[in-house]
Design a protein around this ligand. Structure first.
Ligand code: C2O
Ligand code: CU
Ligand code: CU
Length: 462
């Protein structure tokens, strides 16, 4: 019902299926200002049914927030839910006060309250936003949205260098046939790969077909906003290139065979579209099998710019290069430790299945902030050695910084910057970064049930 409605003044339009995005609304002061209300709302996900979800401005797909690198953005968040919340800007190297983690960086936004988030994005690329409270439910029911940051210098690169720039939000909903919710979390799954949703959507649509201009480069900006599943993407029978990973452009376009993105991760893919009338099929892999995920149908459309011969590449973000020879090493072991702890004072039984360095995350409260997993010195370079001692995949995410993946015991790594790294089962990876952003930054698995059942902590940089 709300799915394709347009947003109120000051906000941006919904995703047009054609991929034509409405233009930015910029206020006179040159600021990017938004107002976002968290609301209960019905979504028509399975055609002909209603799903009682939670939405930003009551919508799914959610409003896209567009910002510009180096320019202030102001987002007024109004909590119209009946529970507290906060909003986190995933991947943005932000001031700690704006990071949206309850108790660690701000007080929860209580029902009926509002909070103004104000920040200057230092990096351009594909980001997203979501609550950081009661995440199994708040994210699981629809509070997930894209945050697209445009490059500061549009003479070097602008989204219009692509004939179409399609933001694609991937989420598997937990739905019964009548649109009602199935359980979002089942403990025996939480203790394994997480409870996967069964109804696969891209921008709220199952197996969509979208139209794109023929004979031109288009950019597909995939964001995995799901709580659990890994999407393994490939473009069938058509050359395609990875251009950016988690908002960071590669040094050159990398031919795409297939690419997996875990919860929280993004990948920008460039495809040269075929002649009008032809189609591109994008597939999602499960194990060794691939299934149709979406289609792009090429149509004749006047192009604004002559289309380039190679995929247009954004400029790198201004990230500090870690000094590997001087870096201090820290070790983190991710393990499974099936345990169900007795009911807490509120009578809720707490499950802790996962540990980082033998410690399951204790949770936080207003007067109770546990110790950090590590304390880092501001300005120093670090190498984190991450060891996944479990037979499950974990997308490991760090707030506040971008890190460089430099090594893996399972594959050859062409080092790349990212904010979330997908650890394969039993994989050991090394990431390196400069601790250049002071604050207490969450460091967790982005499989939401894993983070809720132990696989979380924080890093203190001071
Ligand atoms: Cu996208 Cu702490 O998360
Ligand atoms: Cu984050
Ligand atoms: Cu995990």
């Amino acid at each position: 019902m709300k799915r394709r409605e347009f947003l109120s003044a000051g906000l941006l339009g919904t995703l047009a299926l054609s991929g034509c995005m409405p233009k930015l609304k910029v206020e006179q002061r040159g600021e990017y200002r938004y107002e976002i209300r968290l609301q209960a709302a019905d979504f028509e996900l399975i055609p002909g049914t209603q799903t009682p979800g939670l939405g930003f401005n009551g919508q799914y797909p959610s409003p896209i927030i567009r910002a510009k690198q180096g320019r202030p953005v102001i987002i007024d968040v109004i909590n119209e839910l009946d529970e507290p919340t906060t909003i986190h800007w995933h991947g943005i190297r932000i001031d700690i006060a704006m990071d949206g983690v309850p108790f660690l960086s701000q007080k929860p936004i209580m029902p009926g309250e509002h909070f103004r988030y104000e920040f200057i994005p230092p990096d351009a690329g594909t980001f997203w936003y979501h609550p950081h409270m009661n995440s199994v439910v708040q994210l699981g029911k629809g509070l997930v949205g894209l945050l697209l940051v445009e490059e500061a210098d549009s003479s070097q690169f602008s989204p219009e260098d692509y004939a179409a720039d399609l933001p694609l939000m991937l989420k598997n909903w937990h739905l019964n046939d009548d649109g009602s919710f199935k359980p979002l979390s089942i403990p025996r799954y939480a203790a394994r790969m997480g409870t996967p949703g069964n109804y696969e959507t891209i921008n709220g649509l199952n197996r969509p077909a979208m139209t794109v201009p023929a004979n031109a480069w288009v950019r597909l900006r995939f964001a995995n906003v799901d709580n659990t599943v890994v999407y393994k993407l490939r473009v069938k029978d058509r050359p395609a290139y990875i251009v950016s990973i988690d908002a960071n452009p590669l040094s050159e376009p990398k031919p795409l065979e297939h690419h997996s993105i875990g919860s929280g991760m993004r990948v920008d893919i460039a495809v040269k579209t075929p002649a009008a009338g032809e189609e591109i099929v994008i597939e999602n892999g499960k194990g060794r099998l691939y299934f149709e995920f979406m289609r792009l149908r090429a149509e004749d459309r006047p192009l604004k710019k002559a289309t380039a011969t190679t995929a247009p590449m954004p400029l790198p973000n201004p990230l500090s290069e870690p000094e590997l020879d001087k870096a201090e090493k820290k070790y983190f072991v991710f393990e499974w430790e099936g345990a169900v702890t007795p009911a807490d004072k509120a009578g809720k039984s707490k499950h802790a299945f996962w540990t980082i360095n033998r410690r399951a995350w204790e949770g936080m409260g207003p007067n109770n902030i546990p110790e950090p997993l590590a304390k880092l010195d501001l300005g120093k370079s670090y190498i984190f050695d991450l060891k996944n001692n479990t037979p499950h995949m974990h997308p490991i995410h760090m707030h506040g910084v971008m890190f460089k993946v430099i090594k893996s015991n399972k594959k050859n790594i062409e080092p790349f910057f990212t904010d979330t790294v997908l650890m394969e089962k039993n994989e050991r990876v090394q990431i390196a970064f400069v601790a250049d952003n002071p604050g207490r930054w969450m460091y967790h698995c982005h499989v939401i049930e894993h983070m809720k059942t132990g696989l979380m902590g924080y890093i203190e940089i001071s």
